[in-house]
Ligand binder design. Structure first.
Ligand SMILES: CC(C)(COP(=O)(O)OP(=O)(O)OC[C@H]1O[C@@H](n2cnc3c(N)ncnc32)[C@H](O)[C@@H]1OP(=O)(O)O)[C@@H](O)C(=O)NCCC(=O)NCCS
Length: 260
């Protein structure tokens, strides 16, 4: 039992640089208190003293602001940072080394009995305010962005952000091409979106990606047509995007900014 407690305390040190010493962790971390109460409540739940188990869970919620149903199965080295507003449903299964931040809901979307809450794989990190809703799996090592709403399975190692949650696929090739276009257009999405996600910047990025995908597809189709029909003539290459025109856009916008 003490080994387990030591492990829980160490997991706080590993995941919160603000933790200074064991006494501080034992007395000031509601995530740890909620976990200890849950262990007790879960044992009692399995022995079929359901009301008592629920009451311990409710008492724990009063103290910590964290609601963990006693039926939930939780692995080792689980850590809830800050804690307030976390809700973990009855049929949730959580693996080892999982981290949740405040305001996370591991919930269901149906009132049917049976499995209706998510299964969270080992090493998953769920950002503040994220909601994971439904009886699907969040694969090992996945990251869920703060305030995301995830309603579908997440592959192992993936990062999911947004509402509804989408896997961010980082392709080095498309990133390079995007950056080139954005630089030409004086459209510094990196400067904007790294600090502050901008919906217009995102829309422009999607349009650029889409435009390149369509170009590539047309090029492939032309090549295929040329193979079957030697007489096929396309009217040369598409007109290139003129970098100078984009410079004008940049000049105009900087001029306007200077005049302000
Ligand atoms: C999801 C997360 C793990 C991604 O981290 P990362 O792998 O370092 O990814 P990046 O920061 O490079 O972001 C990648 C992209 O996702 C976007 N993004 C990141 N987090 C996002 C979120 N929560 N919602 C929407 N978009 C998000 C970024 O803007 C960036 O977009 P871009 O490629 O268009 O520029 C991280 O942003 C996160 O939310 N962590 C949770 C932290 C938390 O809750 N802390 C609470 C402390 S109290």
């Amino acid at each position: 039992m003490f080994d387990r407690l030591k492990e829980d305390i160490n997991s706080v040190f590993h995941r919160d640089p603000a933790a200074r010493n064991t006494f501080e962790v034992l007395t000031n971390y509601p995530g740890l208190h909620a976990l200890l109460f849950h262990r007790l409540a879960h044992r009692i739940w399995l022995k079929d003293f359901k009301w008592l188990a629920r009451s311990i869970s409710t008492f724990s919620r009063w103290l910590t602001g964290i609601e963990i149903h006693p039926g939930a199965t939780i692995g080792r080295r689980f850590f809830i940072d800050h804690g307030m507003g976390v809700v973990i449903g009855e049929t949730t299964v959580i693996g080892d080394d999982v981290t949740l931040y405040q305001g996370v809901t591991l919930g269901g979307t149906s009132w049917n009995k049976g499995k209706r809450h998510p299964t969270i794989g080992d090493g998953v990190v769920v950002g503040a305010g994220a909601k994971i809703l439904g009886p699907f799996e969040v694969g090992e090592g996945a990251k869920v962005g703060s305030n995301s709403v995830v309603t579908k399975a997440v592959p192992a190692g993936a990062t999911v952000v947004g509402i509804p949650g989408r896997v961010i696929v980082k392709s080095p090739e498309s990133d390079g091409r995007r950056k080139e276009m954005e630089e030409r257009m004086g459209f510094d999405a990196y400067g904007v979106t790294e600090e502050m996600p901008d919906p217009v910047a995102r829309a422009m990025r999607s349009l650029l990606d889409h435009m390149h995908a369509v170009d590539e597809r047309i090029e492939k189709m032309c090549t295929a047509i040329r193979k079957v029909n030697q007489d096929y003539v396309d009217n040369g290459k598409l007109p290139p995007l003129d970098a100078e025109e984009f410079d004008c856009v940049r000049d105009d916008s900087s001029e306007t900014a200077e005049n302000r």
